[in-house]
Design a protein around this ligand. Structure first.
Ligand code: 5IU
Length: 268
């Protein structure tokens, strides 16, 4: 059976990475494949979103470097909310340098991302060294990495052979690479000696039920297109939720749409 036809929970067993298994199980437990992209610029707004939307999401996605009044207490409180509501934290850092540099960017600096973020992501652009560098830091902490195989923005150069190579890099690092940021489940010819495709998670931004895009190149698709047609696993929604007058009501709508598409995909 193709991976995307199995339940999230059934797929959890095939991942050795504990963060991937945890995510898959909590999605079925909480009945949500919704992630919020919390692109807000103050500590108070970020924590408020985490608390009010926490019950409806599986992953809380941050851009920690846009928070003007960042401090260590923000991390402490965010971790407490992640525990309270049972969601994973994903710092959307998009690392893109050589292995030796990203290792420091991941563990040191002001943010110490590896110490609190369950999941982070990296561009495959520099080659496999970027994974090796991040892995030195992240694997001992049981963290998971997503590779940016594709982007939702118009004119993205991450396509074709580039995206396929990202899948091959992931196959070689399955202990740490748990999946991709992408627009669709990728189909790449098996490597020599490989009997069946490894299962990977696909988390997909560029989701809105109201807009076709924004003025800066963002392109949106619906939860059904992402989960059912493109066979991805998690919808990532930003402005469609936090930009609405009632974010909780919107989160409920996206959660229901994403979950209905998943159930349709399973045939239940
Ligand atoms: N994001 C994208 N597209 C991508 C990748 C990341 O939109 O291909 I990789 C991020 C940017 C933002 C969120 O944090 O996902 C989407 O926010 P909106 O739903 O507000 O467009």
């Amino acid at each position: 059976m193709p991976h995307h036809k199995s339940s999230y929970t059934a797929r959890a067993a095939s991942f050795k990475n504990p963060t991937a298994s945890r995510l898959l199980k909590l999605m079925d437990e909480k009945q949500t494949n919704l992630s919020i992209a919390a692109d807000v610029t103050t500590k108070a707004e970020l924590l408020k979103l985490a608390d009010v939307l926490g019950p409806y999401i599986c992953v809380f996605k941050t851009h920690i470097d846009i928070v003007t009044d960042f401090d260590q207490d923000l991390i402490k409180q965010l971790e407490a909310l992640a525990q309270k509501h049972n969601f994973l934290i994903f710092e959307d850092r998009k690392f893109a340098d050589i292995g030796n540099t990203v290792k420091h960017q991941y563990s040191q600096g002001v943010y110490h991302i590896a110490s609190w973020s369950d999941i982070t992501n990296a561009h495959p652009l520099p080659g496999e060294g970027i994974i090796k560098g991040l892995k030195e830091v992240g694997l001992p902490l049981s963290r998971g990495l997503l590779l940016l195989a594709e982007m939702s923005s118009a004119g993205s150069l991450a396509k074709g052979a580039y995206s396929e190579e990202a899948v091959r890099m992931a196959r070689r690092n399955r202990d740490f690479v748990i999946g991709f940021i992408g627009q669709r489940r990728l189909s790449v010819p098996l490597d020599a000696g490989q009997e069946q495709e490894d299962d990977f998670l696909y988390l997909t931004p560029g989701v809105s039920m109201a807009q076709p895009g924004d003025s800066l190149g963002q392109q949106y698709r619906s939860p059904e297109q992402v989960i059912l047609e493109s066979e991805c696993d998690v919808i990532i929604v930003g402005r469609g939720i936090y930009g609405a007058a009632d974010p909780v009501a919107k989160a409920t709508e996206y959660r229901e749409a994403g979950w209905a598409a998943y159930q349709k995909r399973l045939g239940v």
